[in-house]
Design a protein around this ligand. Structure first.
Ligand SMILES: [Cu+2]
Length: 142
């Protein structure tokens, strides 16, 4: 067996190991992205591709960590409004790309909203249409 063939087999074994590990990892962590949009200023979605909505409902398996990324032009503080008590890690999200996270270990229905701050200085000329959306999130953990 040539050296090159041996290397190929090692690569294949590694690719198979990663493919097996990836789905298990993906089921334990999901990401909600807050983005800026012209109508309503902001919305959020469970995948970066959307669909973006002001009111979002997601269903998760217990043990999942939900990560939040704030890509809006203003700060968003994540606030839990109902449901079993959970710890929100780094809820303030005061700059673009800031993240917060919540791990859901208990089954139940949780509600969240965000408290939006003022536009960042560099974004103060950003024009939007209509009232700013109030972001609402329902998380059903089973
Ligand atoms: Cu906004």
């Amino acid at each position: 067996m040539t050296r090159i063939r041996k290397l190929k087999w090692t690569g294949l074994a590694l690719a198979v190991a990663l493919a097996v590990a990836a789905p298990a990892f993906a089921s334990q962590s999901r990401t909600i992205t807050i983005h800026h949009q012209k109508r309503g200023c902001h919305a959020w979605a469970l995948t970066a591709a959307g669909p973006y909505k002001a009111s979002l409902s997601v269903s998760l398996k217990h043990g999942t960590t939900l990560k939040f990324v704030n890509n809006d032009v203003m700060p968003h503080a994540l606030v839990q409004t109902s449901g079993p008590n959970v710890k929100v890690v780094a809820p303030a999200m005061r700059r673009m790309g800031a993240t917060a996270s919540v791990r859901f270990s208990k089954v139940g229905v949780y509600h969240f909203t965000t408290k939006a701050g003022d536009d960042y200085k560099w974004a103060s000329t950003t024009k939007t249409l209509g009232e700013d959306n109030v972001l609402r999130l329902t998380v059903t953990v089973r």
